[in-house]
Design a protein around this ligand. Structure first.
Ligand code: 5GP
Ligand code: MN
Length: 336
């Protein structure tokens, strides 16, 4: 960790502060795990800290220690705005550009608070006064682990440990993606010693599906399509299909990864219609050299990491699929 960041942070945290901690919209395990762990740490140090999420999160995360304290901006906008306006410090975790908090972007930008970024996504934007950006890291949770270890290693407790374990686990695909290092495993070992219940967390996240989610997965996989002459597959779900299977937030999490289970496939995509928001959310996963971060940035106004990224499309499903196929064919040489 950079000395400059640590010194700057230590200075800011010397006296009790009013602090807002923000995950990105549609927060995942890493975003919620890291913001909640950081909130617990700050509260234990005598600060007034609150997590404000732009919107809801999936039910497989609604057991995380402290999640009951989260203010959802889309539900309690007035209260959230009061906190943002009064804040001395705003920490933004697990995202690299203020556009990722969508409906909160203008208010966060306008806030007088000092902004501090902690994140592992590539190509960070320049909005924060203090920045801890490390794109090689497995997860923001691993960065928060390092940060707390550097600030006060005695501060780890079961709440912090369970939150951080969760985000490291979900962002590494359960410790299997190449971003998983020996340092990741050492952090996990220390978190278990501090009270993280690994087996319970796995069960809470992966073994609590409702029946229709598994059926929706079956439908998605039955329609998987390979683009002729390329090692690329895609899947898609229309709003009608989601409705038919009683779609709830988080139900499609992880579906895109199945494409990479196929031998020889190095790029898998899923396109999911969201009629209410008038867009199609796209998720991209790759194995090896092909950068889905670049692909998402170039073709679908998105971004993320080298092997895991997302983007969106504002046209019909039919047109989105056509544009996706076209984009893949333009990149054909990169797969050879
Ligand atoms: P997912 O496919 O799971 O939604 O996202 C994969 C990764 O890409 C995550 O790290 C996520 O933060 C990032 N990501 C997803 N969608 C977008 C997007 O629209 N823009 C950017 N910049 N990053 C995204
Ligand atoms: Mn992350």
């Amino acid at each position: 960790m950079e000395k400059k960041f640590l010194e700057g942070l230590n200075q800011l945290l010397q006296a009790p502060k009013k602090i807002v901690v923000l995950p990105h919209r549609n927060p995942d395990g890493d975003a919620l795990g890291s913001t909640l762990a950081w909130m617990h740490f700050l509260q234990a140090k005598g600060h007034q800290a609150v997590v404000i999420s732009p919107n809801e999160y999936p039910s497989f995360l609604d057991w995380l220690p402290g999640q009951g304290q989260i203010i959802k901006f889309n539900q309690k906008t007035e209260l959230a705005l009061q906190h943002i306006e009064a804040a001395d410090l705003i920490f933004t975790l697990d995202f690299n550009d203020l556009s990722r908090v969508e409906e909160m972007e203008a208010e966060v930008k306008a806030a007088s608070a000092v902004k501090i970024m902690i994140d592992h996504h590539e190509n960070p934007s320049d909005y924060a006064t203090l920045m801890y950006s490390k794109p090689g890291m497995s997860s923001t949770c691993e960065m928060v682990y390092d940060l707390i270890a550097a600030l006060d290693a005695t501060a780890f407790n079961p709440e912090i440990a369970n939150c951080l374990y969760t985000g490291i686990m979900t962002d590494t695909g359960s410790f299997r993606f190449p971003s998983t290092t020996s340092a990741t495993h050492k952090a996990i070992a220390a978190l278990i010693d501090a009270g993280a219940k690994g087996s319970d967390i796995h069960q809470q996240i992966y073994d609590t599906a409702h029946f229709s989610r598994i059926q929706l997965l079956g439908l998605t996989l039955s329609k998987i399509h390979k683009i002729e002459g390329t090692p690329v597959v895609y899947m898609y779900l229309t709003q009608e299909e989601l409705n038919r299977f009683n779609y709830q937030k988080g139900d499609t999490e992880g579906f895109v990864n199945y494409g990479l289970n196929l031998e020889g496939i190095v790029f898998s995509a899923i396109m999911i219609e969201n009629q209410r928001e008038g867009k199609i959310k796209m998720s991209f996963r790759s194995q090896g050299a092909f950068s889905v971060n670049e692909f998402a940035k170039t073709y679908f106004s998105g971004g993320g990491h080298h092997n895991a990224a997302g983007g969106m499309s504002l046209t019909s499903m039919e047109d989105t699929i056509k544009r996706f196929e076209q984009a893949v064919l333009e990149n054909k040489a990169k797969f050879e």
